[in-house]
Design a protein around this ligand. Structure first.
Ligand code: COA
Length: 331
């Protein structure tokens, strides 16, 4: 069974933080950031919550799909910066948009979150014949969890949200292929720890923390390890999903990769021998917005007219977990 994306929405906070803005708070330069990452600007929330950002893109996606919030039967949200550990982001978005008939839950697969969530949406649509529309929302405020003393990490991330409304594909011959992967042994190369208080019943030791040092509530990463992982798994995930869809790489009109670093995208394109022009890239304006990057790029591709109905699209992501995955579908 294929899927039909019947509406897209996105929201980027107004405050633009340019590379040069970092020069006043750390030892860095516009030149270093743009040549090492491809990023020029990112947007930062000015106090808006993750659920408020999410509700904005969700509202636009519903409008774009031409449906009412009450017609949504399921909301799957993805974030690593939820405002609460409970309730879920999905429940908060449901509350904000008034989708009172929807079940709601979050998927945590970090920057691969949208891939995991969209693939999960398809599985629900396949098995629940009463379900017509699923809202998949990605929303993140990475500005809240970057350590501004860690110059190699802080400059990478931004805030935003993007949503899609998805339903079943119109014909039985619709194209769809997916692949989801994970490697928890790489957890310590990219993580963020919660700060929980110890309970009052006896001494506790936190021996596990020796593997996960560093500040609470901040992103900690081994940039080089993550880079190597990304360059290795992007082609693997892409090829698995393309093959699962019964296609070859040359059939794909647009590849939409997770936007973490332009050099990662260039290296993956080169290793698959695909011209960079077939990769949708918007990292220069947004930085890495975690699970948001892929639906945000899809949104911009659709709204700019670059992506058209009938195009064969390959979404491919990677992130903390470590996780990775890819989806091939016809827009
Ligand atoms: N400005 C100026 N210099 C910086 C800097 C900054 N913002 N950040 C790091 N540097 C310095 C380092 O201190 C180092 O200096 P040294 O040689 O004197 O020790 C030098 O630049 C090179 O650092 P290095 O870490 O080797 O750079 P890099 O080319 O590997 O780039 C990343 C660093 C983080 C940009 C890169 O490793 C990366 O993108 N990794 C993947 C991260 C990622 O995508 N994470 C999210 C995944 S979902």
């Amino acid at each position: 069974m294929g899927i039909k994306i019947c509406g897209v929405g996105a929201f980027s906070p107004e405050r633009a933080v340019r590379n040069a803005d970092f020069e006043s708070i750390m030892d860095t330069s516009d030149e270093w950031i743009s040549t090492r990452t491809g990023i020029h600007t990112r947007r930062y929330s000015q106090g808006e919550s993750t659920f408020e950002l999410g509700a904005k893109s969700a509202t636009e996606a519903l409008r774009d799909a031409g449906i009412e919030a009450s017609q949504v039967g399921l909301i799957i949200a993805t974030t690593i910066t939820g405002d609460f550990f409970c309730p879920s982001l999905a429940c908060m978005v449901q509350r904000e948009i008034g989708a009172q008939n929807a079940a709601a839950f979050d998927v945590n697969a970090a920057c691969s979150g949208f891939i995991y969530a969209l693939d999960t949406a398809r599985r629900f649509l396949e098995t629940d014949k009463n379900l017509e529309y699923v809202l998949v929302t990605a929303s993140d405020r990475l500005s809240a969890i970057v350590d501004f003393n860690d110059r190699a990490t802080a400059i990478l991330f931004g805030d935003g949200s993007a949503s899609v409304v998805v339903t079943r594909g119109e014909s039985a011959s619709d194209i769809y292929g997916s692949f989801l992967g994970a490697d928890g042994t790489g957890a310590s190369s990219l993580y963020g720890k919660h700060c929980y208080e110890d309970h009052p019943f006896g001494e506790q030791n936190h021996t596990w923390e020796s593997e996960f040092p560093g500040k609470y509530e901040k992103i900690i990463q081994d940039g080089k390890e993550v880079y190597k992982f990304a360059v290795r798994v992007l082609p693997i995930a892409t090829e698995k999903a393309v093959t699962a869809a019964g296609l070859t790489l040359s059939d794909i009109d647009f590849f939409i990769p997770h936007q973490a670093n332009l050099r990662i995208i260039q290296a993956a394109a080169k290793s698959m021998d695909i011209p960079l022009e077939r990769f949708y890239v918007n990292i220069e304006n947004h930085g890495n917005t975690s699970g948001v990057t892929i639906p945000l790029a899809l949104y911009e591709g659709v709204k700019s007219g670059a992506i058209k109905r009938g195009d064969k699209i390959c979404l491919v992501g990677f992130g903390a977990g470590l996780t990775y995955g890819s989806i091939v579908f016809e827009f």
